[in-house]
Design a protein around this ligand. Structure first.
Ligand code: ADP
Ligand code: MG
Length: 275
């Protein structure tokens, strides 16, 4: 793929679990600046679509490309390195780590630890011949400390962006639910993605928190120059911010287009009435 390749492209992706067709012939293109919605009743296949796009599941058919590169068969962390980050419908944080450390882990996973620093540490390890001394020497290496400071600075910035600075040193498990959801987004941003997939980011929030989050998501799209795909069960919420919406029902794409178009689609209305 060349410079014009979409950030993310799914072509005719299908997956079955036993006899259940969880996702059938799913196609989607995300470019920088896109803010797309993925909606549908419970069990429609929305989270499954994310799991296939991010390498958690392998599609039975179809292709996924990230930045022009085919990613079928790659592991989730490899796809993450190519610029795709996601949050989970069921929050997955390091519950006993602080908010700051949750984000730092993500920043570090993106290779912030410079090879030069590791090289210096390895030389010292040979000289010292003992792992504990090696680790101590690594901590004392100026480059390592600079690296740690940089990781901390990046993580603090992301906490600030997500309105979580006041929670910096609190364990993730002690944060109110809505803040845990925002911390998950901070952590996803820590991997420096080009595309961000958010699985029901507003679930469990009150009306005010939901509205604020939608505004924030649009700001993230602009400030981090992302392409964003949001799963949201609440049709009204997602229609408020997304320019383009894909509607799933029983794994099938039953409608796609601008919010006004999708809202008045007969198949969409029927799918939601039966929900
Ligand atoms: P949604 O996120 O739209 O609510 P899901 O993608 O979670 O729906 O689920 C779609 C369908 O696939 C559901 O019927 C669900 O039970 C099924 N499903 C999802 N993951 C698995 C799995 N790992 N094994 C078996 N069935 C699954
Ligand atoms: Mg889901």
């Amino acid at each position: 793929g060349g410079a014009q390749a979409p950030l993310l492209q799914a072509d005719g992706v299908s997956i079955q679990f036993g006899g259940l067709k969880a996702l059938t012939d799913f196609s989607l293109t995300i470019r920088q600046g896109d803010l797309l919605g993925l909606i549908g009743p419970n069990g429609a296949g929305k989270s499954t679509a994310f799991n296939v796009l991010t390498g958690v599941y392998q599609p039975t058919r179809g292709d996924v490309h990230v930045g022009g590169q085919r990613v079928n068969g790659l592991k989730p962390h490899q796809i993450n390195h190519l610029g795709l980050a996601r949050t989970f419908q069921n929050i997955r944080l390091f519950r006993a780590l602080t908010a700051l450390d949750n984000v730092k882990v993500a920043c570090r996973a993106q290779g912030a630890l410079h090879p030069h620093v590791l090289g210096v540490g390895a030389k010292m390890k040979n000289a010292l011949g003992n792992y504990r001394d090696w680790w101590r020497a690594l901590l004392l290496t100026p480059g390592f400390q600079a690296e740690e400071r940089e990781l901390t600075r990046q993580a603090e910035h992301l906490l600030e962006v997500m309105g979580l600075s006041h929670r910096r040193d609190e364990e993730a498990r002690n944060l109110p639910y809505g803040e845990q959801r925002r911390l998950e987004i901070a952590r996803a941003l820590g991997t420096k993605p080009k595309v961000l997939l958010l699985d029901e980011p507003a679930a469990g929030m009150n009306t005010r928190e939901k509205a604020d989050l939608m505004v924030l998501i649009r700001k993230l799209r602009d400030d981090f120059q992302l392409g964003v795909l949001v799963i949201e069960h609440d049709m009204k919420l997602v229609m408020g911010i997304c320019e383009h919406i894909t509607v799933l029902d029983h794994g099938e794409t039953i409608a796609r287009g601008a919010p006004a178009q999708v809202r008045s689609d007969r198949k969409v209305i029927e799918a939601y009435l039966g929900d």
